[in-house]
Design a protein around this ligand. Structure first.
Ligand SMILES: Cc1ncc(COP(=O)(O)O)c(C=O)c1O
Length: 413
């Protein structure tokens, strides 16, 4: 189902942000799209792959014996195999297609975690978690009478793993949920160390890779986590596509949470048995075009040369430096380590006002609590502004960002 790509669509072979940018029709609007951490835009190749699925191969997969049904099944399962290869899974059967990171995490908390925790047990999240990797654990712990604990931050804004390791309780700490890359602070957490410590205490680890997959090579076996979740739309794939990867033996223990068509082996009047993993978690007609688009996005992303990622980190660092040099601007998180984004506050100017002034100049950033209210409270703010980059952004986008922030300061202070 992969599309043939013409030479000028390939980002590889000599890094050129212009060549990447031209593949995004939406960026023809002369917008500086600096909200890539919320959602990336989609290159033409991904849009075409999805379009082609609907135009040429559309049918319900894994149900129909006709030609189109067979083609749709091949497209869907081909996409699963591509995802498995991308994340270093042992087999495509470890890959569950979901609607995104949030749905993937809820499948683990509802289908497994909450059945094996109870009073006296602990579930850990980290201080930087997005609500999607906080509230499901909070609710599971609350319902089952377990305690939710939080990996704190060091003064520089890194996860305080010493405190975490000291606080782990063998046989009582059951789950640890941690973001690989914070959507606010923008730095990579040492999730391998989290996994090692958690496993030594007998706990299982879910890694939220939503902000990592577009920027870091992923190998679930090297990470040695138990579950990993990510969204297609933050890595050039479609909205409504996403993945839960889990170790096969653990996926076998997850109870399905969505019941209905095609997730069953047999239905009797009073009882049912389930299809194999991962199909038992994909009840109802799945988002095949989404899976196809995600696989195409993976192909596309995989062609970036390493320089593209270095370039994005350089843009983020440049933004960090230039913003931090403005009087009254505070940049959040450890300095000079960010992969792709920078969150900041401007003294005397509400982040929404900063964002609005920037928007009036065609610079699109995110402002708000960034779905990380517990972290905002630790930082002592209600909300922040965030600029996030991808390999099609330019140094000129950074210049427009910094000039826009200065203009906001002039207007409001
Ligand atoms: C770190 C992190 N986790 C989870 C999510 C939720 O992703 P989705 O809305 O695609 O489910 C986001 C989205 O911003 C995120 O940044």
């Amino acid at each position: 189902m992969n599309q043939d790509k013409t030479a000028d669509e390939k980002p590889g072979g000599g890094y050129d942000p212009g060549g990447v940018r031209r593949q995004f029709a939406i960026l023809g609007r002369n917008l500086a799209w600096l909200d890539n951490a919320a959602t990336t835009q989609r290159p033409e190749g991904v849009l075409r792959a999805m379009d082609e699925f609907y135009r040429k191969h559309n049918a319900n997969p894994r149900r129909s014996v006709h030609q189109l049904g067979t083609e749709a099944t091949a497209a869907f399962e081909g996409a699963r195999a591509r995802v498995a290869e991308f994340i270093g899974a042992e087999s495509p059967q470890e890959v569950v297609f979901t609607a995104g990171t949030t749905a993937a995490i809820n499948l683990v908390t509802d289908g497994l975690a909450r059945w094996d925790i109870g009073p006296g047990d602990e579930v850990w999240v980290s201080a930087v978690e997005h609500h999607s990797n906080w509230v499901p654990w909070q609710q599971a712990a609350r319902r089952m009478g377990a305690t939710l604990k939080v990996i704190p931050l060091t003064p520089e804004g890194r996860l305080n793993l010493d405190e975490f390791e000291t606080g782990l309780q063998a046989h009582r700490t059951k789950w640890v949920a941690v973001a690989w890359v914070s959507n606010v602070l923008g730095v990579a957490n040492d999730v391998q160390a989290v996994c090692r410590a958690a496993h030594a205490a007998g706990a299982q680890v879910l890694v939220d890779a939503a902000q990592a997959v577009a920027h870091l090579p992923v190998n679930v076996q090297a990470l040695d986590c138990d579950f990993l979740a990510f969204s297609g739309h933050k890595m050039y794939g479609p909205m409504g596509s996403g993945v839960l990867w889990g170790k096969r033996a653990l996926l076998e223990q997850v109870e399905p949470t969505v019941f209905g068509g095609e997730m069953i082996a047999r239905v009797d009047e009073a009882t049912s048995t389930w299809a194999e993993v991962p199909y038992r978690f994909e009840g109802g007609t799945p988002h095949v075009a989404g899976a196809v688009g995600l696989a195409t996005a993976i192909d596309w992303l995989s062609e970036f040369p390493p320089e593209a990622h270095v370039y994005v980190a350089d843009l983020a660092r440049r933004a960090e430096e230039e913003l931090a040099a403005l009087p009254g601007v505070r940049v959040w998180g450890p300095r000079a380590e960010r992969l792709s984004l920078v969150s900041f506050s401007v003294e005397g100017v509400h982040p929404h006002d900063v964002a609005q002034v920037l928007d009036s100049r065609g610079v699109e950033i995110r402002a708000g609590h960034l779905c990380a209210q517990p972290l905002m409270r630790r930082l002592g703010v209600e909300s922040v502004a965030r600029a996030s980059f991808f390999p099609g952004n330019t140094v000129d986008d950074v210049r427009r960002l910094v000039e826009g922030v200065r203009a906001a300061q002039e207007l409001f202070t």
